[in-house]
Design a protein around this ligand. Structure first.
Ligand code: SAH
Length: 233
């Protein structure tokens, strides 16, 4: 095959693959609707962010299944339904402003929050994941600020936050993080034991905190000073 024809064929195959991924992404959003995610802004963000870019190339085919998937170092990219459920809780209570995510992982949840127009700060405790996500954000031109370290202590210099999302399972309410919420700010955090955690919304009202409880999920553990002990994991 001459070089020009070869290049044309490659381009055609790439375009078809891209179209298939777009189709799968739309199907994923239809599944989210069937599962009860109705918030239009959230659904639009899921249509906009190409989830497959947060996967290893060899696993791209799995990117639009409604499942969690390993991202290395014993961690996972959360199931789309879980990300959508948490995002909807946040959007409905705190529609705009400055957000802190604890547990960058693949970077997908942070990219969804960025697509929703929030100013996003995210912390990751595994250096390799932090570095990979930061590179990906800059390649995609996303204005997301990353930090490597123990997110259970929050991000003092950037506080207060209008919203905080914890994408790992906490053993108890993370007090330091709660004090970094702005007035009326809200935190979405799964709290429980190692095997399952109840999705919890904590909203700040003055020096008081109101709680709302939702269904149970299973997350990888939040490990750190105000999380699980890091000698256990
Ligand atoms: N939001 C991620 C989900 C990743 S899983 C995504 O969209 O892909 C949870 C992540 O939390 C893991 O990468 C884990 O390393 C990280 N994590 C656990 N404890 C942490 C802590 N104390 N500070 C920061 N990150 C933490």
């Amino acid at each position: 095959m001459d070089g020009k024809i070869h290049a044309t064929v490659v381009l055609f195959v790439m375009k078809e693959a891209e179209k298939l991924l777009d189709l799968k992404r739309r199907e994923m959003v239809e599944t989210l609707k069937l599962y009860g995610i109705t918030n239009r802004r959230v659904l639009d963000a899921f249509l906009e962010v190409p989830r497959h870019l947060f996967f290893d190339e060899k696993a791209v085919d799995l990117a639009y299944d409604d499942g969690a998937y390993p991202v290395g170092y014993g961690q996972t990219i959360s199931q789309p339904y879980t990300v959508a459920f948490m995002t909807a809780l946040l959007v409905e209570r705190c529609p705009s402003g400055k957000l802190l995510e604890i547990g960058t992982g693949s970077g997908y949840q942070a990219a969804i929050l960025d697509a929703l127009g929030y100013s996003v700060f995210t912390v990751e405790r595994i250096f390799e994941l932090y570095e990979k996500a930061e590179k990906l954000f800059s390649r995609l031109g996303l204005n997301i600020t990353c930090r490597y370290g123990d997110g259970t202590l929050g991000w003092m210099n950037e506080a207060p936050f209008d919203g905080i999302v914890i994408t790992a399972g906490a053993p108890k309410e993370p007090r330091s993080l709660m004090t970094q919420l702005a007035q009326n700010g809200c935190m979405v955090v799964p709290i429980g034991d190692y095997s399952s955690q109840q999705m919890t919304v904590i909203q700040r009202e003055g020096e008081d905190f109101q709680r709302e409880l939702f269904q149970y999920f299973t997350f990888v553990p939040l490990v750190g000073r105000e999380g699980w002990d890091d000698t256990v994991f």
